[in-house]
Design a protein around this ligand. Structure first.
Ligand code: SAH
Ligand code: SF4
Length: 389
């Protein structure tokens, strides 16, 4: 069997029938590509079309146990059962917000928690999924960035979030959007994220249109260039969040490596089909990046780009020593952009009461509250001083 096959489940605990089972020598096939499944069936001396049946079973029919594979013989099902599992990371808890948003807490390995968020809307539903346990970018305004970076999620752990949410959404499916905007910097986990995107978009599998998938990045420029050359490209969202390098350097430390000009240059070269646009996310932080001068600089910076802008009023958290602007300031900022004929949306927080809103994801196992374990890194006074706070 190819050594590439994900063995994430091996030696990691699982919850079965309420019991913890520590260690298993079975390999999880969620996250395996068709090529990898082909080598699995070859190992079992089966014809390669069996790989297609297993692939369709996992990703298209969303089967979760070998006995459901009625298109395979009983003998083959038994041999598969002996060595392989189809496992999604266990949902440790779910938290439902007053607005219907639901936060799912998954325990991907002992003590390592990630979250996905189900956001129901009138015409559609959005799944926000994570790509890492923690995040190494350490943005000043983001609670995820206060956590220690533990590890990348495997492709299987990424697609399993979508499969899990689909199965426990508890209402009739609507038009689905996937936003890769949960915990982690997706372009720091490039290989696994792109493998997950291929699995999600494959017509023989999960069959989600790449136009309905959006990948958000803090601006890892070399990987944006790499993404631009992929055969399947999701929509791109850039967390810009500042209009000067002096401020962005403090808010998003990787800006010191790839500054605003370099980032926007990569955006200008990014391939866009038809009416596709790049989304620029802009977290509004009082007196840091929300002045009329910022709005005017933003217009100038993005001149000529095919874009829309999402303004995200800061989601305040005890661990983030920054303030959300007043409604007046938010609307004044938006008006300057709309006066320049820019498409701009204000993203109102969803699921804030259960810590499910942007930047609040931190593996909390209560609806709200301070993070007790592990303790987040305190914000350095010098960083605030550089923002004039
Ligand atoms: N790491 C990626 C994707 C996850 S963050 C990225 O940074 O783009 C998803 C979005 O949440 C980003 O646009 C980020 O700027 C925003 N965000 C982070 N912390 C926030 C906060 N406290 N309030 C509002 N939005 C926040
Ligand atoms: Fe990481 Fe995105 Fe949070 Fe920044 S905003 S710390 S890149 S998850």
């Amino acid at each position: 069997m190819t050594p590439k096959l994900e063995r994430a489940i091996v030696n990691c605990f699982k919850v079965r029938h309420g019991k913890q089972v520590v260690g298993t020598d079975k390999t999880n096939l969620v996250g395996a590509s068709l090529e990898e499944l082909t080598s699995v069936v070859q190992d079992l001396s089966e014809p390669s079309y069996r790989a297609r049946q297993i692939y369709a079973g996992i990703y298209c029919r969303r089967l979760r146990s070998w006995e459901q594979f009625t298109d395979l013989s009983k003998g083959l099902r038994k041999r598969l059962e002996d060595a392989y599992v189809i496992e999604y990371p266990p949902v440790a808890k779910t938290f439902e917000s007053r607005d219907g948003t639901r936060r799912y807490l998954f325990e991907v390995s002992p003590g390592q928690k990630i979250e996905s968020v189900f956001i129901p809307e009138e015409q559609r539903e959005t799944f926000c999924i994570s790509t890492q346990v923690g995040c190494a970018v350490e943005c000043l305004f983001c609670v995820t960035g206060k956590l220690p970076m533990r590890r990348n999620l495997s492709a299987g752990e990424i697609v399993a979030q979508v499969l899990s949410l689909e199965q426990c959404r508890g209402c009739a499916p609507k038009r689905l959007n996937i936003v890769i905007m949960g915990m982690g910097e997706p372009l720091h986990n490039y290989e696994n994220v792109m493998k997950a995107v291929r699995l999600m978009t494959d017509k023989e599998g999960m069959a989600i249109s790449p136009r309905r998938i959006t990948l958000s990045t803090s601006g890892v420029v070399p990987q944006i260039k790499r993404l631009a050359a992929e055969p399947v490209i999701p929509n791109l969202a850039i967390s810009l969040n500042a209009t000067t390098d002096a401020v962005r350097d403090v808010l998003i430390p990787i800006n010191r490596k790839w500054d605003i000009a370099t980032l926007l240059d990569a955006c200008r070269r990014f391939p866009l089909e038809g009416r596709q646009r790049i989304t620029f996310e802009y977290v509004l932080i009082e007196e840091v990046n929300d002045t009329p001068e910022d709005a005017r600089r933003l217009v100038a910076l993005l001149e000529g780009l095919r874009k829309k802008i999402n303004l995200i009023p800061l989601n305040a958290d005890p661990w983030v020593p920054l303030r959300t602007p007043s409604e007046d300031r938010i609307l004044a900022f938006q008006k300057i952009l709309t006066d320049h004929s820019i498409t701009v949306y204000i993203r109102r927080p969803r699921g804030q009461d259960v810590s499910a809103a942007c930047g609040m994801l931190a593996g909390r196992d209560q609806a709200q509250g301070d993070l007790l374990h592990p303790p987040p890194k305190p914000v350095e006074e010098s960083a605030l001083a550089r923002l004039g706070l």
